[in-house]
Write a protein that binds this ligand. Structure first.
Ligand code: S3P
Length: 453
């Protein structure tokens, strides 16, 4: 006899639909930055003494990092649920523990790749796995440098999770030329480099988000970064530096704020404010591009919080025109091409995006997912091996379809935003994945005036 087992924790209906609206108005606080939230937990775990984190992203990906660290002996607790303060008792000089069970990193590439770098520096073994999406993503990019440093790996499929890593308390420092511009790879090597016997240098072909470097300095370490005349960037760190627990305040995520920004731009008569958004120049390429397209975006109350710049973003409905995105800007908006493509669909003329090969290995093959979604919504676009041209019509798009999200939160949110200004509703087949980075997305959008349910 067979039994049907239903997991009652999961809603039975996982899709969402968004419908045309008149305008978006008001103030909306988006959740904490995902990259900084992961790093605050990891550096807090390594540091001596206590770290508190305020405004952390309470999303699935960050929970996976917290659970993995707990499984390796780190105490992480909610200090004050009202104020969103998390407390981490750092391990300091004490080693991490070998976890008793497999570390399941869910959908989170950042958790998997950075934690491998962290485990590499301890004489412990840990098994890593993830969901269908994460198990399809390349891991050789971190395995190769970590092996050179002395970590050992076992896996049944080259370059993929699941795998088992065994670290070492005497890692070799390396000078590593990264073949791809990836902050995850850079951060993984720097985390391992903290435990190496000497100076580790990572050279990235183009500068990528530097939250690891900034947070290492905030926790008391010395890190040297230097941009070369060819545009590459080298980061050097001496092993054996001791981190000291800090109070981290996480600003709002500019990648999440980009969904609200484009929503206000493409809906008529909209005027919204998104306070306290991270304005790190290595993350704000989407805003530079939208402004070039004619977007009415103003940054107010700029300040510096705990080593990172922040500002409030005010956005009003705008008439957009197509632009060419400079290739060197790609790393600073690597997660924003799905939502830029939505803006481009409403712009007048072509938006040309090149050097997008990294989009093929994100939570989904994002380039293919964007092109397929645009076609389904009646937007003309041309996809190349690593490029996309969106032929914007300058007015509203057709819509009237269901988009396959392929376990990709940013594809789901982007096409739900498109539905707010499409002639017919746009549905996404699976919205569960939105909880990885922006659990409150639909409710927050609806408070501004959206119709997403
Ligand atoms: C991240 C780096 C980027 C980005 C990801 C978060 C990070 O990935 O796409 O969402 O926190 O370091 P890559 O390093 O693979 O470009």
């Amino acid at each position: 006899m067979t039994f049907m087992i239903f997991d009652l924790r999961l809603p039975l209906m996982t899709g969402l639909v968004s419908k045309k609206i008149n305008n978006l108005k008001g103030l909306a606080l988006v959740p904490g930055d995902k990259s900084i939230s992961h790093r605050a937990l990891m550096f807090g775990a390594l540091a001596s003494g206590e770290t508190t984190v305020t405004g952390i992203l309470e999303g699935e990906d960050v929970f996976r990092t917290a659970d993995a660290l707990r499984a390796m002996g780190v105490s992480i607790a909610l200090l004050n649920s009202k104020n969103d303060v998390w407390r981490i008792q750092g391990m300091g000089e004490n080693p991490l523990h070998t976890p008793e069970s497999v570390l399941d990193l869910g959908n989170s590439g950042t958790s998997a790749r950075l934690l491998m770098g962290l485990v590499a520096g301890y004489p412990i073994s840990a098994s890593f796995t993830g969901d269908d999406s994460l198990r399809r993503r390349p891991m050789e990019r971190v395995i190769k440098p970590l092996k050179q440093m002395g970590a050992k790996f076992e896996m049944s499929v080259e370059d993929r999770l699941p795998l088992r890593i065994t670290g070492s308390s005497s890692l070799r420092p390396i000078h590593y030329l990264m073949p791809v511009a990836s902050a995850q790879v850079k951060s993984s090597i720097l985390l391992a480099g903290l435990h190496a016997n000497g100076k580790t240098t990572v050279v990235e072909p183009q500068p990528t988000r530097d939250h690891t470097e900034r947070m290492l300095e905030f926790f008391g370490a010395k890190v040297f970064s230097e941009t070369q005349s060819d545009g590459s960037n080298s980061v050097t760190l001496e092993g054996g530096q001791v981190l000291t627990g800090r109070n981290v305040v996480v600003p709002s995520d500019p990648s999440s704020a980009a969904f609200l920004t484009v929503a206000a731009l493409i809906t008529e008569d909209s005027d919204i404010v998104i306070p306290n958004v991270l304005m790190n120049p290595l993350r704000t390429g989407i805003y530079d591009t939208l402004i070039e397209m004619g977007a009415n975006i103003v940054f107010e109350n700029a300040s510096d919080k705990h080593g990172e710049p922040v500002a409030d973003i005010r956005v009003k409905s705008s008439v957009l025109k197509g632009v060419r995105v400079p290739p060197k800007r790609v790393p600073s908006m690597i997660d924003e091409f799905p939502i830029l493509s939505v803006a481009a669909a409403f712009a007048d003329g072509d938006t040309v995006m090149t050097d997008l090969s990294e989009l093929r290995v994100k939570e989904s093959d994002r380039l293919a997912a964007i092109a397929k979604g645009l076609e389904a919504t009646g937007v003309k676009a041309e996809m190349g091996k690593d490029s996309l041209i969106v032929h914007g019509s300058g007015h509203s798009v057709e819509g009237g379809c269901t988009i396959e999200t392929g376990f990709d939160h940013r594809i789901a949110m982007s096409f739900l935003i498109m539905g707010l200004s499409s002639r017919s509703p746009v549905a996404v087949d699976d919205a569960k994945t939105i909880a990885t980075s922006f659990p409150d997305f639909a409710a927050l959008m609806n408070r501004l005036g959206a119709k997403i349910d």
